[in-house]
Design a protein around this ligand. Structure first.
Ligand code: F1P
Length: 341
């Protein structure tokens, strides 16, 4: 995180190695939509990025798995800015989507970790996220750095559109707080390890979050699946009442993302629904949650930046759950560092 911040803290998103935004202010103002493509963890980081771009730059934005996008003959629109996200820079579904977009005349930026990788070479611009090597197959710190890079991109786009002058200082100050706040979360590792021993017995787990919390829930469930092989399903908290409440019983623990933002009461109501059905709840929140059996309390940042922090204790939970089950965490079964077919 320090490295991303040092490189970009002065808003020089356009002077980084991949070439930055590579758009002059007029073209940047003409962007009508942002579409973010990635797979797995990178897709989830892109979901957070899309929300940041909508919130801070007020440009409609969404994320889609590159592996879906490339097979569905999408409309390629000249006023859309496409952004491909990849830790390895070699994931074939992402590369194929980039190549197809470029064949159709679109501009594609890369948000990539590995310097000089295929996607970085294909992209028309973008940034490296400087997360360092991901020593294990599973992407973790790259998730953090990619979301930090998106916060800076969102601010930059907002400034070009004369929007987030007020937000700028608030968000930059928030970003500067992240390294110390991440250390605070990591200091809770022994506690999280104890919780993991309990959850290692589960056959299946449900992860829920609302709006900013939903990509975090998805990423946390992916981490658990990848390294522990426990079945995990992520759902938007608001969709629980549309079906999944039927699953709730003591044997299906729920992990709930409950940030202190304007949706807090709505999220608490979801916890009540689960408790009323005797579901066990682990909350990740900014204050202990009465309805939860346990809460991992994380430090509060700006609302838009909360998702960057809230997934970190759940990476630790996945790690310790897998360890308790004796899994090979650095080389999980059936998972390659970059998926090339
Ligand atoms: C995408 C990804 C990772 C996942 C695993 C398989 O990789 O789905 O998120 O953890 O390594 O590939 P990348 O395009 O971000 O390198």
């Amino acid at each position: 995180v320090d490295r991303v911040l040092r490189g970009r803290i002065d808003d020089r998103f356009s002077t980084v190695h991949l070439g930055g935004l590579n758009l002059d202010a007029r073209d940047a103002r003409a962007v009508r939509r942002v579409k973010i493509l990635g797979c797995g963890t990178s897709y989830h980081a892109g979901m957070i990025g899309a929300q940041m771009i909508e919130e801070l730059a007020r440009i409609p934005a969404d994320a889609e798995p590159a592996s879906e996008f490339r097979y569905r003959n999408p409309v390629v629109d000249p006023d859309t800015l496409y952004i491909a996200v990849s830790q390895s820079g070699e994931t074939y579904d992402v590369l194929a989507a980039v190549q197809e977009l470029k064949r159709k005349g679109a501009r594609v930026l890369g948000v990539v970790n590995v310097v000089g990788s295929a996607i970085a070479r294909e992209a028309d611009g973008g940034t490296y996220v400087h997360a360092g090597p991901e020593v294990c197959v599973v992407s973790t710190k790259c998730f953090t750095n990619t979301t930090v890079a998106f916060a800076l991109l969102a601010l930059h786009l907002g400034r070009i559109r004369d929007l987030s002058v007020r937000d700028g200082k608030r968000i930059i100050d928030g970003l500067r707080k992240l390294p110390a706040q991440i250390s605070e979360i990591l200091a809770q590792e022994a506690e999280i390890e104890k919780m993991a021993a309990e959850y290692a017995e589960a056959r299946s787990m449900l992860f829920i979050g609302r709006v900013r919390g939903y990509p975090v829930a998805r990423e946390a469930s992916l981490k658990l699946k990848e390294v522990s092989y426990i079945h995990a399903e992520a759902y938007p908290a608001s969709e629980l009442k549309h079906g999944p409440l039927a699953l709730i019983e003591p044997a299906l623990p729920t992990v709930a993302i409950v940030p202190d933002d304007d949706l807090l009461e709505k999220n608490r109501a979801a916890l009540e629904e689960i408790k009323a059905r005797s579901g066990k709840i682990l909350a990740v929140a900014h204050q202990p949650q009465e309805k939860a059996d346990r809460t991992i309390v994380v430090p509060k940042n700006e609302d838009e930046l909360d998702p960057i922090l809230m997934g970190i204790p759940l990476q630790l939970l996945a790690y310790h759950t897998a360890k308790a089950l004796g899994r090979d965490i650095d080389k999980p079964r059936n998972l390659a560092k970059s998926v090339t077919v």
